[in-house]
Design a protein. Structure first.
Length: 296
């Protein structure tokens, strides 16, 4: 990136990268706490890095009540419409009712889980307002070999992104480098944008010392997003040296940043603080320098 911006400026590489999944596992923050916390993120110096608050279709009533409760308080921060990402684990059968329930909010996007990409695309075409983006997630067991190619081909002919699950609450929920690399390279070959979710709240690939789970790093994924060769993508995903990844990030050209972010658009994280903290440790992001106070 030919150097990094000064303190308090969020580099383009990280703009809108961190969707706020605070209410989802393993964070499980109560909705009544997640709303004011998200408002704080949206008012902070790092707001450009923060995407919408993600909410499942079944919790929209709870979310509306939390917004009403916060209105007029300091936690409400101005009372502007809450920008949300609507998550539909039940697939397109939930879509019409969820869109109606989401009317009080600013709808930043829809994430729809399905086992049939073509059916999901058809329902999104039929029901989704044209100005609302969407991402389609299929189970990982349906994203191998020819099946992966078939799904990506369906989505590349649509206006929708792909969505890939990169973690969860059990070891089996975490794809290895080869599996994730096949997805990333397949999307890169087609110019198909995607988002990821789960397990990516740290910058660098690592083994969790408590669970033993193998976590991908979001910097690894960002750098691998420009690779059209699965083997090259897998090599980047396997890197565990944070300083090496940070050096590679600093060397990115503006064009590479554009290519990367046109591909890897965002990921859901139950913590906004953790990814920001990792970037700070690696020297890729810094808070504003406090103003000098006059002697009293």
């Amino acid at each position: 990136m030919s150097g990094l911006p000064s303190g308090g400026v969020v580099p383009e590489l990280f703009h809108g990268l961190f969707d706020d999944a605070a209410v989802f596992p393993p964070g499980n923050l109560p909705v009544a706490e997640a709303v004011p916390a998200h408002r704080v993120h949206r008012a902070a110096w790092y707001a450009e890095a923060v995407g919408p608050l993600l909410c499942g279709a079944g919790r929209l009533g709870e979310l509306a009540a939390a917004v009403d409760a916060a209105a007029g308080t300091s936690a409400g921060v101005g009372g502007s419409a809450l920008r949300i990402g609507l998550v539909l684990p039940g697939g397109s059968a939930e879509l019409a009712q969820a869109l109606a329930a989401a009317a009080p909010f600013e709808l930043a996007g829809v994430e729809l889980a399905t086992r049939d990409a073509a059916e999901a695309v058809a329902e999104l075409d039929r029901l989704l307002p044209p100005d609302v983006p969407a991402a389609v997630e299929l189970p990982r067991e349906l994203l191998h070999g020819d099946d992966l190619d078939a799904v990506l081909d369906v989505l590349v002919d649509s206006p929708y992104r792909a969505k890939f699950r990169t973690g969860g609450l059990v070891a089996e929920a975490f794809p290895d480098e080869a599996e994730l690399a096949a997805f990333l390279a397949g999307c890169a070959q087609r110019g198909l944008p995607y988002k990821c979710t789960a397990g990516l709240h740290n910058a660098v690939r690592h083994t969790d010392p408590e669970t033993g789970f193998e976590h991908h790093g979001f910097l690894n994924v960002l750098l691998a997003a420009q690779e059209t060769d699965p083997a090259a993508a897998a090599e980047v995903l396997a890197e565990r040296d944070g300083e090496a990844l940070a050096k590679a990030v600093r060397a990115l050209t503006d064009r590479q940043v554009t290519v990367i972010r046109n591909s890897f658009t965002a990921f859901g994280t139950c913590s906004i603080a953790e990814p920001l903290g990792d970037l700070a440790v690696l020297g890729l992001l810094s808070s504003p320098t406090p103003p000098h106070q006059e002697d009293r």
